[in-house]
Design a protein around this ligand. Structure first.
Ligand code: AMP
Length: 275
């Protein structure tokens, strides 16, 4: 696997790569969820490009940018093992040199749910992914269902801005107990980690009760009761899979979504109801 950290070098290398090119943007600290995206790209594309960049634009000043887990050597070994062709690992000066001022503004979809807790987050995500798409020019962009609102926003951005890439969504990879894999799970204490599964259980209850015909208010109340005593719930809801508009009943394709804090760590999760 080749590793490139400069945009000019990427452009030269990309021009020579066999197509289709599959692209997986990440912030590193890779786990089996990220690797599922790279493997999906590997099985459908001639070349697999992964980016590793802890994007400062998508962190608010009080968030965990400085302590976000980093493990370049470990990440390279994992990417190599799943057949990655090329790793793009720029630093912040390469991506945002002095004078950088352009950003991608996302619409109303970016202001709800995750956007309430993190008002500038999706602008930062959309801006970096737009820049990465301009550099990598992939035929297919692989995103995780784990970050469902992000995938809906980026799918919209790809359409709205006319990027010539197809968006592929890969199902969430979970730990044995059902907790969605996340680079941030390492922040959880042993007790918080044991309780983290209650967010997944709440989503399963919400989905099942809606499917059984319960009212949304009833289903959310029952689902909330599944949360452990350490959990501080931020939201539980059912939304349209494309627009992320709240639904008053389960109308697929939809997501049941939730976020809760366990100690200092915010976890989010969802279930995808496709039909
Ligand atoms: P991140 O490094 O957290 O920015 O994630 C990079 C990509 O991996 C995003 O498209 C995520 O949605 C995806 N991803 C993260 N966790 C998982 C998971 N547990 N299963 C599948 N995809 C995931």
């Amino acid at each position: 696997m080749e590793i490139i950290s400069e945009i000019a070098g990427m452009r030269r290398r990309i021009a020579a790569l066999p197509r289709p090119i599959g692209f997986v943007p990440t912030m590193g600290a890779l786990h089996a969820g990220h690797l599922a995206l790279a493997s999906a790209a590997r099985s459908a594309c001639a070349s697999v490009v992964v980016s590793l960049f802890v994007n400062p634009l998508q962190f608010a000043p009080h968030e965990d940018l400085a302590r976000y887990p980093r493990d370049l050597a470990g990440d390279c070994a994992k990417l190599e093992a799943v057949g990655t062709t090329l790793l793009f690992a720029p630093d912040a000066a390469q991506m945002y040199p002095p004078g950088f001022m352009t950003s991608v503004e996302v619409g109303a979809m970016g202001g709800r749910y995750e956007g309430v807790a993190r008002p500038t987050h999706f602008r930062g995500v959309a801006t970096v992914v737009a820049k990465l798409l301009a550099i990598v020019t992939p035929d297919r962009l692989y995103l995780g269902q784990k970050d469902a609102q992000q995938t809906a926003i980026l799918r919209r951005m790809v359409t709205d801005l006319g990027f010539a890439t197809q968006v592929e969504i890969v199902p969430t990879v979970r730990e044995a107990d059902g907790v969605a894999m996340s680079s941030r799970n390492v922040y959880l204490s042993a007790e918080e980690r044991r309780e983290a599964v209650s967010l997944h259980r709440a989503l399963v209850t919400l989905r099942d009760r809606l499917q059984e015909g319960a009212s949304k208010a009833e289903a959310i109340e029952e689902a909330s009761a599944k949360l452990g005593s350490l959990a501080r719930l931020e939201y539980l809801d059912v939304v349209d899979a494309q627009s992320f508009d709240a639904l008053d009943a389960l109308r697929p394709p939809a997501f049941v979504i939730g976020a809760a804090r366990f100690g200092q760590t915010r976890l989010l999760d969802n279930l995808w109801i496709q039909k």
